[in-house]
Design a binder for this molecule. Structure first.
Ligand code: FES
Ligand SMILES: [Fe+2]
Length: 439
């Protein structure tokens, strides 16, 4: 059911690869379905656990909470990283509460047992008082698969999982030109949202909503589906290539240069007046200007990017819960994770990552202008703060859709061809939950 890499799939091509499994309503609220997702999906796939930038010294760690589980990833003496369940083997206390930290040993706050970075128990109070003898040097925290890619440390709770490289497949090579491993996370937002995690994934698996939910983007992103490339990649991943610096072909203002496109042109020393009536030529002109002026302005990473990558938005959707929206000047991570107990809530992360550029101390991100530093995590309930106006627009319908799905008047979706990736996502999910996936 997976198309060949590099193939261009429009709605009709995609439809021929689909089975037409019903997208049942219950999957968005059933506790039984949520439990199956935990047992058969979340505990078997690769997850981003944290940033390698936070793991500079031996003993530095990052901790990630996923559902009811918590994982610690610790930098080793040889520079590698090991991942462990965040549970002390004495009586189960969580060893680490901070999301980022570092110490020569992990010391449990309950009875003071001390663990080495490689997970070995170093010391315990009253070591002679154990029926089986002194456990120090023998007991080890439970280790799980761990890998590094893209500037992130990843973990997988399945001891028999495929390698991260195999899981990513061609995605790793396709993203390599962006140099993700050198970037800094300058925006780090996490919101709890009152909808099932799949509502948000469905949204990121289609661009059909752009004219209604994001009309502002039509002035500088060509969201017309006939101009957009949709590609299916192995293991359920996909990408969507959308032209930037070009008004939407389906907009009545397709021949006009409207804000912010005019400012975006001036930023590269192009005069909008020179392009009146020739909006289709702007994108190429900006590519040439970025190529010419970029390196001298400190944008050294441009040299690895193709002309298209200099202006366009390449959205990578990694099955099941990650989206990377790549642009020449930075990328967004849009991640959706399950709530620990409630199928009608989820945890939504929105990050922005950028290359350091000499002399640049402040940068524009989806929530405005911020200092160019590694951001602290900001957590809130959806609605209490902004996630950036585009993400706010996306999430503005998430909770009302969750409510509408409960209605007896809704019995299943009627999808357009260009929404085929939603159908594919749910069929892949069914494959995982029904044991049909052999990675
Ligand atoms: S639970 Fe950790 S030392 Fe007792
Ligand atoms: Fe959107």
């Amino acid at each position: 059911m997976t198309a060949q890499f590099g193939s261009r799939l429009d709605g009709a091509d995609l439809r021929t690869t689909l089975r037409g499994d019903p997208i049942t309503r219950e999957r968005y609220w059933s506790r039984e379905f949520m439990q199956r997702e935990w047992d058969r999906l979340w505990t078997r796939i690769w997850h981003i656990g944290g940033m390698m930038r936070d793991l500079e010294e031996t003993g530095d760690y990052v901790m990630h909470t996923l559902g009811r589980e918590s994982i610690i990833m610790v930098r080793q003496e040889d520079g590698s990283v090991k991942a462990f369940y965040n549970a002390c083997l004495h009586r189960g206390n969580r060893l680490v509460q901070a999301e980022v930290g570092g110490a020569p040993t992990l010391t449990c706050s309950y009875h003071g047992w001390r663990w080495a970075p490689d997970g070995t128990l170093l010391s315990a109070q009253d070591p002679e008082d154990f029926a089986g003898g002194n456990p120090c040097g023998k007991l080890k925290l439970v280790e799980i698969p761990c890998a590094v890619w893209g500037g992130f440390v990843w973990f997988n709770m399945d001891p028999n999982c495929v390698s991260l490289q195999d899981y990513l497949g061609p995605v790793a090579d396709l993203l390599a030109p962006y140099g993700m491993e050198d970037m800094v996370r300058v925006m780090y937002l996490t919101a709890e949202v009152d909808c099932n995690w799949k509502i948000i994934r469905d949204n990121f698996n289609e661009s059909y909503h752009l004219p209604t939910l994001h009309p502002e983007l039509a002035t500088f992103i060509n969201d017309d589906y006939t101009d957009t490339v949709f590609e299916l990649l192995p293991n359920g991943h996909a990408r969507m290539l959308m032209k930037g610096m070009e008004p939407s072909a389906r907009s009545p203002d397709a021949d006009k240069i409207l804000p912010p496109l005019d400012d975006m042109m001036r930023q590269w020393d192009l005069d909008p007046k020179d392009f009146e009536g020739r909006t289709k030529e702007i994108r190429r002109a900006v590519q040439l200007q970025k190529r010419k002026l970029g390196p001298a302005r400190g944008y050294r990473h441009y040299e690895k990017l193709s002309d298209d990558q200099l202006t366009d938005y390449h959205h990578y959707t990694l099955f099941p819960n990650l989206t990377f929206t790549m642009s020449a000047d930075g990328y967004q991570v849009l991640r959706t994770e399950p709530h620990p107990t409630d199928p009608e809530k989820c945890i939504f992360d929105h990050w922005f990552l950028m290359h350091p550029v000499e002399g640049v101390t402040e940068v524009d991100v989806p929530i405005g202008r911020v200092p160019f530093v590694q951001a602290e995590r900001v957590r809130f309930k959806h609605g209490d703060a902004t996630l950036g106006f585009v993400a706010d627009q996306d999430l503005s319908v998430a909770e009302t859709q969750q409510q509408g799905l409960h209605s007896r008047g809704y019995t299943g979706g009627v999808l357009t061809g260009q929404e085929g990736r939603i159908q594919r996502f749910h069929e892949l999910l069914d494959d995982w939950l029904e044991g049909r996936v052999t990675l």
